[in-house]
Each structure stands twice: as structure tokens, then as C-alpha cells.
Ligand binder design. Structure first.
Ligand code: BGC
Length: 392
């Protein structure tokens, strides 16, 4: 069963994030507000081959952070955050123009859906009926298929009073093979302190599966100056999911202790990433696995701190809080310098990492995993918060 909005959720969010949940504006936001106020503005980002125009929205926080998001794929294209000297730099990978995202992108910054990560052989069964999905990562289905939510044009609405951008999309019954028309909303809200809160909701008219996430590639050094192997990472997870050669979970929940997957105490991402003596590092080509977030069992839909990443050079710290049970930690192993991104930067192998909060990959075929089935009358609701700070 999926998660529902609850009192526990609200209390936990408020306790964990202090002021982060408070609406960021008793001021009226618009383009002309001063730098010290939160605001949202928008410009045209470009035109799709079918003539549709998509926009680029800029959310600014009182603290000076700027996040740019396009309603094409709900993609976070830019995100500035200060280093320990107060210098703001961009901490996410992407392209300068819409054209880059249309040509080829490994899901830079995008909303991923209807199902984040892989479904084995692109097949699953609900209530005795088997569905066949688009195969776009042979022999498996990945990240929603050939035209996933990352390539959809989302209807956008700015909510100035909350410094938030609301994106909505209705995925048709049968789209990429999934049953049921799925009505989705993703709310991006930038707090005064510069934390990004992402709330995902969805309803369906037929039983279906849902697993939404965001695929931002972070590099806390700023402007992707260096790789991410020197970042220190802590994951609040005692177990991870080993995978097979097609990166499908084998079904085992394995203890991280004594393996290169143990980030329960802060260690450099680079410390164990090349340890190919470890069969799982070898299969993933580095880290491309799902960690099971530790959480108190009675309070399953509260926000918990899942990950902390720290770049000692810049002092930037990124914390990820989520209501989700798991996190796919991916270290950009498939980047190979073939993509030239923002400011003419070549994105080399492991020049970024993703913290994709979600349910487990291939859950539709692994009944022992938490369920991802959504039925008519139910509301899917999950929340993830990315919070930036600096360590002096
Ligand atoms: C997957 C990787 C994949 C990457 C880009 C990650 O979520 O786990 O295997 O290559 O997304 O598609």
C-alpha cells in the first residue's frame, strides 16, 4: 500500500526541518522583488518540434539560492548554492538550452515516472492481468519507457504565496504500456532557507503501479569543476539491494556492513567505488544500487534523513529527507565525456551523483518488496526535501 498524508507526516516534517515548512512569503512575489525576498519569474525556454512552447521558471529564496525548472519534463536545469566563502555556483548538471534536453539526456534533473528505475523484462501482473511495457533498456523497462514523464509537457502554475511551482500531467491509460489514466501533480517549493521540497501526488482510474522520483545529478564542487569521488557521503541505510547483470534486484536484502556499500558513517564516495573485487561494484560499474532507508517501523510515512553529502573543498552540504522507503544512489558511471553540458563542460564519468528517493526497483514483480500498486480511490503521496548548507 502506498503512503498517505498523515498527521505523523506533518509533525515529522516540521520537527526535522525546523522552519522549512513555513510558507516563504508573507510578501507578494514577482520579478521586481528585491534580492533579499523570495520570488518566482518565468521566461520562454523554447519550442518543441510539435510547436508547443515551454517555459523556464526561476524560484529564488531569501537566502539567495536560485533554482530554474522547466515544465518540459519538470527538469531542474540550474541550482545555485553558496560555498563556505559565500560564492554561489551551480550544483547540478544539465544543458544551457532546451535543445540539449531534446537531443539526448540521461534524465538530467527530470521528474521520472510513471515508474522510476527498472521493471524486469518490462512485464508485470496486477489482479491476474499481465501488462507489457515499452522496453527501453533491453531487456528491461527503465524510468517510464521511451517517452516517460521526463519528456512530457507539464501544465505549470506558480503559487507565489508559497514560492512554489505546481506541475500537473495526465498520463493516458496505456501510455508506455501502463494501465490506467494517472493524474499527477509535482509541487516544487523553495523555502526561505534555500531547501527544495518536492511533493508528488497521483490518482488513477484503474489499478496501476507508480514510483515517481527526481533525477537531478549533483556536483557540490560547483560548475562540475571536479569529479565527485572526494565528496563524503553518509547514507542512513543498513541494507541495500544486490542486482543481477541487468541491474535488476535479485530479491535479497543485503547488510552493507563490511562492504563498499557501507555509508552508515561518512566516507568518501571514491573510497570503495573501484573495488571490483566486490561483485556488486563490478555489476553496477560503481554505485548504481538501491539502499533501504532506516526508519522507525511504526511511523512509516514520516520524513527521515536519508543521505548527507559533503564536499570538503567548497564546504557545501546536501541533505536529502524523504517519506520514501529507499534511495537509488547512482554515481554517473555511464557518463563518459560524450555529453557537453552547461558552459561547455564535458560531463565525464562520475562527475555527478543522484539521490533518487523512491520505492524499490522491480517492485511490481517482487511481492516481498513494499507495494507500488495504486488503485482507484487511493491517493499516492510522497515527499522529498533537498536541503543545502555549508560547513566552515
Ligand atoms: C539508473 C542507472 C541509469 C541512470 C540513467 C539511474 O537511476 O539506476 O542505471 O543509467 O539512472 O538512466
Amino acid at each position: 500500500m502506498l503512503k498517505y498524508h498523515s498527521l505523523a507526516f506533518i509533525i515529522a516534517a516540521t520537527l526535522l526541518l525546523g522552519g522549512c515548512n513555513s510558507p516563504s512569503s508573507n510578501q507578494t512575489d514577482n520579478q521586481s522583488t528585491s534580492d533579499s525576498m523570495s520570488s518566482i519569474s518565468s521566461v520562454v525556454f523554447g519550442q518543441l518540434p510539435d510547436g508547443q512552447i515551454v517555459n523556464l521558471y526561476t524560484l529564488r529564496s531569501k537566502s539567495g539560492t536560485e533554482i530554474k525548472i522547466t515544465n518540459y519534463g519538470g527538469i531542474i536545469t540550474h541550482w545555485t548554492a553558496p560555498d563556505n566563502a559565500g560564492v554561489f555556483e551551480d550544483i547540478v548538471l544539465g544543458y544551457d538550452t532546451l535543445g540539449g534536453y531534446l537531443k539526448d539526456t540521461p534524465y538530467f534533473g527530470a521528474i521520472v515516472g510513471r515508474y522510476g528505475n527498472r521493471i524486469a523484462k518490462g512485464k508485470f501482473t496486477i489482479d491476474g492481468k499481465t501488462y507489457e511495457l515499452a522496453i527501453n533498456n533491453a531487456p528491461n523497462h527503465l524510468h517510464g519507457g521511451k517517452i516517460g514523464f521526463d519528456k512530457a509537457v507539464w501544465e505549470a502554475k506558480t503559487i507565489d504565496a508559497e514560492n512554489a511551482l505546481q506541475l500537473s500531467y495526465v498520463s493516458k491509460d496505456g501510455e508506455e504500456g501502463f494501465p490506467g489514466a494517472l493524474t499527477c501533480t509535482v509541487l516544487y517549493k523553495l523555502t526561505d532557507e534555500g531547501a527544495l521540497e518536492i511533493t508528488y501526488t497521483a490518482t488513477t482510474d484503474k489499478p496501476t503501479v507508480v514510483n515517481l522520483t527526481n533525477h537531478t545529478y549533483f556536483n557540490l564542487t560547483g560548475e562540475a569543476k571536479n569529479d565527485i569521488l572526494g565528496h563524503e557521503l553518509t547514507l542512513n541505510a543498513d541494507r541495500f539491494l544486490p542486482v543481477d547483470a541487468g541491474l535488476i534486484p535479485t530479491g535479497e536484502l543485503r547488510a552493507v556492513q563490511g562492504t563498499p556499500f557501507d555509508f552508515t558513517k561518512s566516507i568518501k564516495i571514491g573510497a570503495g567505488i573501484n573495488n571490483v573485487q566486490n561483485e556488486q561494484i563490478k555489476l553496477g560499474g560503481g554505485y548504481d544500487h538501491c539502499w533501504l532507508i532506516n526508519r522507525p517501523t511504526q511511523n512509516t510515512d514520516s520524513l527521515v534523513l536519508a543521505a548527507i553529502a559533503h564536499d570538503p573543498g567548497s564546504g557545501r552540504v546536501l541533505e536529502a529527507f524523504t517519506t520514501e522507503p529507499a534511495l537509488q544512489f547512482y554515481t554517473g558511471n555511464f557518463l563518459n565525456g560524450g555529453i557537453t553540458g552547461k558552459n561547455n563542460t564535458k560531463y565525464e564519468k562520475r562527475c555527478a551523483f543522484c539521490l533518487e528517493t523512491q520505492h524499490y526497483p522491480d517492485s511490481p514483480n517482487q511481492p516481498q518488496f513494499p507495494s507500488v500498486v495504486l488503485r482507484p480511490g487511493q491517493t499516492y503521496r510522497t515527499k522529498t526535501v533537498y536541503k543545502l548548507s555549508v560547513k566552515k
